[in-house]
Design a protein around this ligand. Sequence first.
Ligand code: NAD
Ligand code: ATP
Length: 282
Amino acid sequence: MAAQEGRTVAVVRHPDRDQAAALEGDIRRWLEDHGHHATAPLEAADLVVSIGGDGTMLRAVDQASRQGTPVLGINVGQLGYLAEVDPSDWEAALERWHRGEARVVERMALAVRVERHGSAPAPPDDAPEPLPDGSYLALNEVVVEKTPTGRMVRLGVVLDGEDFNTYAADGMIVATPTGSTAYALSARGPIVDPEHRAIVLTPVAPHMLFDRALVLTPGTEVRLEIRGDRPATVALDGRSIGELEVGDALIATAAARPARLLTFGGHTFHSILKAKFGLEDR
Ligand SMILES: NC(=O)c1ccc[n+]([C@@H]2O[C@H](COP(=O)([O-])OP(=O)(O)OC[C@H]3O[C@@H](n4cnc5c(N)ncnc54)[C@H](O)[C@@H]3O)[C@@H](O)[C@H]2O)c1
Ligand SMILES: Nc1ncnc2c1ncn2[C@@H]1O[C@H](COP(=O)(O)OP(=O)(O)OP(=O)(O)O)[C@@H](O)[C@H]1O
């Protein structure tokens, strides 16, 4: 990356954390002192700085990916798997970006469309914003899960137009390689290097003998149909877009554009895995 001059940088932060608010002030001042413009609207930015945990990072990436803008994550959160930079290192990271020493890694994202028979209910307050064509982006995953507590949902899986199976389960996770270390990991899906391109389909608590995750090629069209007699709820990267009724469906494919994350090298996928999940040698 060439040395940076006069760039426009948007800062997104966790709304409630004092440390994130204080860092935002410091970072804005640093940017102005170094000849850059700290801005609010993400649409016009050359770089987005996310100050918060992984949830904050996922929101920043959702907005930034629409313009192909890279995101630098500063971890003011708990796990901080996606937000690579420690709060104490923010200045060193921005200095390196300023000198053109940062690298951009591309991460496959999902494009998700919903097919409803009835009219769409009002989306929840915190729902992600659809693209102009009505589809949504996800960096980690889209999840279709049971709505009523204590009951299962029946989900038909159709791959590239061919019926694969109907699952009776708590839900189904359609994840990217980045999302393989998030919810899909908890449902015993495989851990996939996030620089791969693949679609990982992992059932959540299926009540059947076939309970294995599938690693599909990135060109696969995954269609999930709500079968049986109960509705299901859809969430993208941890944010619900509402309920699907029986007969409705969701279609997930690789997004046309990848998400772009700023990195400073030095950390392999497996070293991050080892550090963040606290793996001990024995
Ligand atoms: N049982 C579960 O594991 C479970 C259940 C629901 C949602 N989630 C995950 O939560 C994500 C949303 O994150 P949030 O912070 O808004 O919710 P949250 O506060 O519930 O945190 C979920 C946890 O997942 C971690 N995480 C998020 N993305 C990750 C990734 N790519 N690799 C490794 N860890 C990751 C976060 O750091 C956090 O510790 C969703 O995309 C989903 O993957 C996990
Ligand atoms: N920009 C934002 N606007 C509104 N709410 C947000 C924003 N960023 C985060 N949140 C809310 O706060 C929750 C937690 O945020 P975040 O994931 O950043 O912190 P964390 O859970 O402490 O960190 P980690 O995910 O790394 O463990 C998010 O899931 C979301 O509900």
